[in-house]
Structures are given as C-alpha cells and as structure tokens.
Design a protein around this ligand. Structure first.
Ligand SMILES: [Zn+2]
Length: 301
C-alpha cells in the first residue's frame, strides 16, 4: 500500500516550465536534464516494485528533519521485521572507486553516494528513536540504469546493481510484511513529518517579463498558435483541448512559477496571450474567488 506516492519534484517542475518559456544557459539546461534524469530513475524504481504485495507500506520521496538537519529518502518500505530505505541513482556510464572515493572513468571525482546513504540512514534511525519506534533498518543504493558500471567495488557494499535487481525483488517477494497497527501509525507519522518544499527555490533567475507568453500544448509542449471558441488545436501535433482546461492549466503554471504574485485578469490575459479578455474573466470568476473591485481586484482559490 503506497502511503505517500511520488510527485514531480517542485524544482524539476519549475525548471521544466522555464525550459519551455525561456532559453536556459548550457549550465542551467544540464541542471534541468540532471533533475529530469533523477526523477526518471525514481519512477523506474517505482515501476520495478509495482508488483510487490499490497501488504508492504511504501513511502516515496520523503523529506524529513532530525536535529535541525534535513535529509531525503527516495523510497521507504515498511515490514514487520525491517524497514528498507532506498537511495536511487540513475547514473549512466563507467565509474570506479579508489580509496573510498568515487570517480568517473575520465577521472573526475563525484560525490560518494554511500556517504549520502549512511547520513540518511543514521538521521532516519535517530528520528525513529525520537518518535519511539525501534526497528531494524536496512539501506541500499539502487543503481537503476542498465548502462551503469562500477569498477573496483568491494563485494560488501550496500548497493543493488542493475544486474541484481531481479534477484533482490525475488527476495522481497518472499517476505511477508505482516503489518500491524503500529506500522501504519509509523507510516502516517512519517507522512505528517514530510517537509513540503517551497515551490520557488530560485536556482535559475527568471521573472514574468523574460518568459515567453502563451499556452503550451499538453502533449508536445509547443505553443498554441490560435484561439478557437470551441477548442484549442495544436498546430504541431493536432491535439485538441477545451479552452477552459488549457487556461486553467496555464493559470496553475503561473501560480507555481510566481507564488508571490497576485492572480489578476490582466496578468492572465498577458500570460495566456491568445485568449480574449472576456474568456479570461469568465474562467477566473467561475473557478476562483474575486477579491476587491475594478482595477485592484484579484483572484484567490
Ligand atoms: Zn501539440
């Protein structure tokens, strides 16, 4: 049973919107691709474990705090005997370990993911103790990409390599989680402690004026060229979407990118670009609560 499903991380969502609406620098673009790759890796792990018995308690993408230190866990599996915590890596290519340090084949040192895992495990253990739960914890790094290879790795590392995924899954399948009320209580407790990050961590500088305006096709991410009363039709892929749905989607995008700004009809008229003002007013007043009058009015959920 999944107690906390995975959502697209706010940072990735913002960067994806920005990638559509402005030209990212090569550094920003590679940052975006890295975020996307990480998320794809996590989704692959979800897919890998999707046939696990419903009796397991599963928590995805937890951001927790212990003694003032924030830490993240990609996946938690709770059973009666053990809690498994997984750190997912979607690394691709050849890597090697030398004297406890990790390098790409070309010799560039990368952050040792085992240190990150140890840190998360130790903070998680401390947190559970503080909450009054005493459980055995087993933690692993999952390298989900089949094109990953690690050389000179000692045999006893807490790592699941792509070639070991099937065997590890078979091992999990034989375990009966035997969940009791106290485990459900723990899962609920952890979800309640999850930190919701602020959606506008400004890693990339942007503002309303420097973003391309218009409505983006939900299928192919092109900008829609023209307004039609009945439906918006994408020139690039032919996808049809109802005007209200496309406008609401664009409003959500605006609110996500600019949580500090007021939602006004004028801003949405400019943001959606191809939609007549009358239609913008109609959609806003039907779906949001108007505050104030005239020039200074704005909308709230
Ligand atoms: Zn399209």
């Amino acid at each position: 049973m999944n107690f906390k499903p995975r959502c697209i991380p706010a940072e990735l969502q913002v960067t994806q919107y920005l990638n559509w609406r402005m030209s990212l620098s090569p550094k920003e673009h590679s940052y975006y691709l890295n975020l996307e790759k990480g998320f794809i890796g996590e989704q692959r792990v979800d897919e890998w474990l999707k046939n696990l018995s419903e009796d397991w308690l599963i928590l995805d993408d937890l951001l927790l705090e212990c003694n003032g230190t924030v830490f993240q866990i990609d996946k938690v599996l709770i059973s009666n005997q053990k809690i498994y915590i997984f750190e997912v890596k979607n690394y691709e290519g050849d890597f090697y370990i030398e004297a406890d340090n990790w390098y790409t084949l070309s010799g560039t040192e990368i952050m040792n993911p085992l240190r990150q895992l140890q840190r998360s495990e130790s903070l998680f253990r401390k947190l559970l103790q503080e909450l009054g739960y005493h459980c055995q914890i087993e933690s692993y790094i999952i390298f989900i990409n089949p094109d990953f290879q690690l050389y000179q790795a000692p045999r006893d590392l807490p790592i699941i390599f792509p070639t070991q995924l099937n065997r590890f899954l078979n091992k999990l399948v034989t375990i009966s989680p035997k969940i009791k009320d106290k485990h459900i209580k723990l899962a609920k407790h952890l979800v309640s402690l999850h930190i919701h990050t602020s959606p506008y961590k400004r890693t990339i500088n942007y503002n309303f004026d420097n973003l391309k305006k218009g409505i983006i096709c939900t299928q192919c991410n092109s900008f829609i060229a023209e307004f039609h009363k009945t439906a918006l039709i994408c020139d690039s892929c032919g996808y049809k979407e109802k005007v209200t749905s496309a406008v609401l989607r664009s409003i959500e995008e605006y609110l996500f990118l600019f949580p500090e700004k007021k939602l006004t009809a004028n801003a949405m008229y400019e943001w959606c670009e191809i939609i007549p003002k009358k239609t913008i007013y109609k959609i806003l007043s039907k779906n949001f609560k108007i505050i104030g009058h005239g020039k200074y009015s704005y909308y709230l959920r």
